[in-house]
Design a protein around this ligand. Structure first.
Ligand SMILES: Nc1ncnc2c1ncn2[C@@H]1O[C@H](COP(=O)(O)OP(=O)(O)OP(=O)(O)O)[C@@H](O)[C@H]1O
Ligand code: SF4
Ligand SMILES: [Mg+2]
Length: 332
């Protein structure tokens, strides 16, 4: 095991692959993704349903199902996580790394009070904490995620909370032990637009106050516009573009990113229907040859069908497209 080092990036993923085996065939759902997140930084991961966003991050934290195999390198503060014993990984998760799972509403226990559930998350990683101190800390955490009357709320059950409030509880539990990194998988899906904005504000506030590195997973690029520092665009298990959020919107290098931007509803323009990208992503095991996006790409040429595109650009802004017009240089 490589020891943690002080100067290493907070979270560094290199060539991460997650494969499922079926009838002797190995199907890669995540095909070599690389990314970095630092303290206080927000990285958005965006892509359509089935692109590998969730399984990629679950695999990175050792939470993949037994049928999946993970390879590559995932370092947290310099410490390699791939291959780490499950017990060690469990210690890191929930303490140093917080995770808000997709579908949080079913992640709360319906027969336990909110206070007892938050206290349990605290006590699991701190055996010396008294039950009373845990409940006091739970109250502080509800205040931190802007839940009014936290003392009363602690004694209530999940069904007495609205969807937005339950999402706040999930965030409170994920940051209970003061993690350095928080991974939030679709934290605002299934919430209405006003509540979405409130949840994003809670996350932004936590990032500022606690200097947490935050990975925000979403299928909605619009959510990232005001909230991410950098964005990784995922298509069919690969990062096809990665850039600062400003660069991505101002100079998208990949046709898929341009399609995602065009799909964001624009309230100021009246449209008969939402612009959307034609077609659907390839199912697992049915990847087209060459560029995986070519059957849907309005710019596809013969070369796109024949060969996979190289990564163009340099560290700050890269795109995997034969025709990406980005300044070249060294890539990280
Ligand atoms: N347990 C599993 N067994 C087999 N295939 C799986 C399993 N979990 C995920 N996959 C496959 O891996 C691919 C990526 O799934 P994943 O859940 O990561 O997508 P996603 O990008 O998070 O989508 P969504 O936006 O719908 O949450 C899909 O093709 C999915 O069918
Ligand atoms: S490589 Fe070709 S098919 Fe792929 S995104 Fe670029 S133009 Fe489209
Ligand atoms: Mg998902």
């Amino acid at each position: 095991m490589i020891p943690a080092t002080e100067n290493a990036p907070l979270f560094e993923v290199r060539d991460l692959r997650v494969a499922f085996g079926r009838a002797g065939v190995s199907l890669e759902a995540v095909r070599g993704i690389s990314l970095t997140v630092d303290h206080g930084e927000v990285l958005g991961i965006v892509g359509e349903s089935g692109s590998g966003k969730s399984i990629g991050m679950l695999g990175a934290l050792g939470l993949q199902p037994d049928s999946a195999r993970v390879s590559g390198s995932v370092r947290f503060k310099g410490q390699e996580l791939v291959g780490l014993p499950r017990r060690e990984l469990r210690k890191l998760r929930g303490a140093r790394i917080g995770m808000i799972f997709q579908d949080p509403l079913s992640s709360l226990n319906p027969v336990m009070t909110i206070g007892a559930q938050i206290a349990e998350a605290l006590l699991l990683h701190n055996e010396t904490l008294s039950a009373r101190a845990a409940l006091e800390r739970a109250e502080e955490l509800l205040t931190l995620v802007a839940i009014p009357q936290p003392d009363r709320r602690l004694r209530q059950y999940p069904h007495e909370f609205s969807g937005g409030m339950r999402q706040r509880v999930m965030i409170a539990m994920a940051v209970a032990n003061d993690p350095d990194l928080l991974i939030a998988d679709e934290p605002t899906t299934a919430l209405d637009v006003t509540v979405q904005a409130q949840i994003m504000e809670v996350l932004a506030d936590l990032r500022r106050r606690l200097d947490i590195g935050l990975i925000l997973i979403t299928h909605d690029l619009g959510v990232l516009a005001g909230h991410a520092d950098r964005v990784a665009v995922v298509y069919a298990g690969e990062i096809v573009e990665q850039a600062s959020v400003d660069d991505l919107f101002a100079r998208p290098g990949h046709p898929y990113t341009r399609g995602l931007i065009a799909s964001i509803p624009d309230m100021s323009v009246e449209r008969d229907r939402l612009n959307s990208i034609e077609g659907t992503p390839p199912p697992l095991g049915q990847l087209p040859g060459g560029c995986a996006f070519h059957p849907r790409c309005p710019l596809a040429q013969e070369i796109c069908r024949a060969s996979a595109p190289p990564i163009r650009g340099r560290a700050e802004h890269i795109a995997a497209c034969h025709f990406a017009d980005l300044p070249e240089g060294s890539t990280r």
